[in-house]
Design a protein. Structure first.
Length: 321
């Protein structure tokens, strides 16, 4: 690969949410701080949502690191349960054995929460990918908030998901649930002027030079990626691969343009390398992967196109909060 060629210790634009490469932007820092404060004040429910690829998982990981030693945390990353099994899933995540009796399980759980409170801790349950939960399951989660002391909530619950979660919570039958959220955080794409900082941060984390992308290339990435980190990573990975194959010392605008073609991201004429860049926003329209492209480009294209489609849901979901 291109790592040795460009002097990189490891891959700077990987798909996994590696915290070493996480750039704590202002909105991410605010998200972690808001969730932490809501939990410390035992406010009950918190909501974190936004389109795919904006760093929700990184926020959750940062939150759990901040809670280490201060709370009992149950992280449920995949909602493979329904309204009948969500309580058992929470018990399992906390290491509490089920007794086979719902009444006894509730009593055991309540005693567990009281012991945590007596030790100066709280209990936090984090549901990731919560946009996949149906209204009945969400209502069952709401009922978990009934575990409380006279003056405070004993169980803190965080729901994290895509904009479809906000749409579900906006349903009339979930109004009572919606009113219980003390903190609502929505993540937005990175602003275009901060995309170069994001790219250089990841390069530095991989022991690479911040000049591996030209200024024009970074400008093009900022325009076409929509500020979505997952899109930025895919474009930069492809651009560096192409620059390596062509023997370039850094990824220029021509390499970035070819990477966008591999990913089937349409570029308006105004920002093609042969014409001076225009401040107009590019057409970020997805299409099907081109026949004959490499398997690597096709796989990455599919991932980026799914992100682009999910982003379209973001605007309509925001009106509910």
């Amino acid at each position: 690969m291109y790592h040795a060629y460009f002097g990189l210790r490891e891959e700077p634009f990987g798909a996994a949410p590696d915290q070493r490469f996480f750039l704590p932007t202002e909105q991410h820092r605010e998200a972690v701080a808001t969730l932490l404060y809501s939990i410390q004040q035992r406010r009950g429910f918190s909501l974190l949502y936004g389109p795919p690829g904006l760093g929700k998982t990184s926020v959750i990981v940062q939150l759990m690191q901040r809670l280490e030693g201060k709370a009992e945390v149950a992280f449920l990353p995949h909602p493979y349960f329904d309204s009948e099994t969500v309580f058992e899933s929470v018990l399992d995540a906390l290491g509490i054995p089920a007794s086979g009796s719902r009444a006894r399980d509730h009593r055991n759980f309540y005693e567990y929460l009281l012991r945590a409170r007596g030790a100066g801790k709280t209990c936090v349950v984090i549901f990731d990918e919560a946009q996949n939960l149906d209204p009945e399951t969400l209502e069952a989660i709401r009922m978990l908030s009934n575990f409380e002391a006279p003056s405070e909530k004993l169980l803190q619950i965080v729901l994290a998901g895509q904009p479809r979660l906000a749409e579900t919570l906006a349903r009339p039958e979930l109004e009572q649930f919606r009113q219980r959220f003390s903190a609502v955080i929505r993540l937005r794409p990175i602003e275009a002027q901060f995309v170069p900082d994001y790219v250089k941060h990841r390069l530095a984390a991989a022991a690479g030079s911040p000049s591996l992308f030209t200024a024009d290339a970074l400008d093009l990435v900022a325009r076409v990626s929509g500020g979505v980190p997952r899109n930025i990573n895919a474009i930069c990975f492809n651009a560096l691969t192409i620059a390596f194959a062509l023997g370039h010392a850094s990824a220029g605008v021509e390499d970035a343009t070819e990477a966008l073609a591999d990913l089937d991201l349409k570029i308006p004429t105004a920002v093609r390398p042969s014409i001076e860049a225009s401040p107009a926003q590019p057409d970020f329209s997805p299409s099907f992967p081109a026949v004959g492209r490499s398997a690597r480009a096709t796989i990455i294209a599919a991932a980026v196109l799914l992100v682009a489609c999910g982003t379209l849901l973001f605007g309509s979901a925001l009106k509910f909060f």
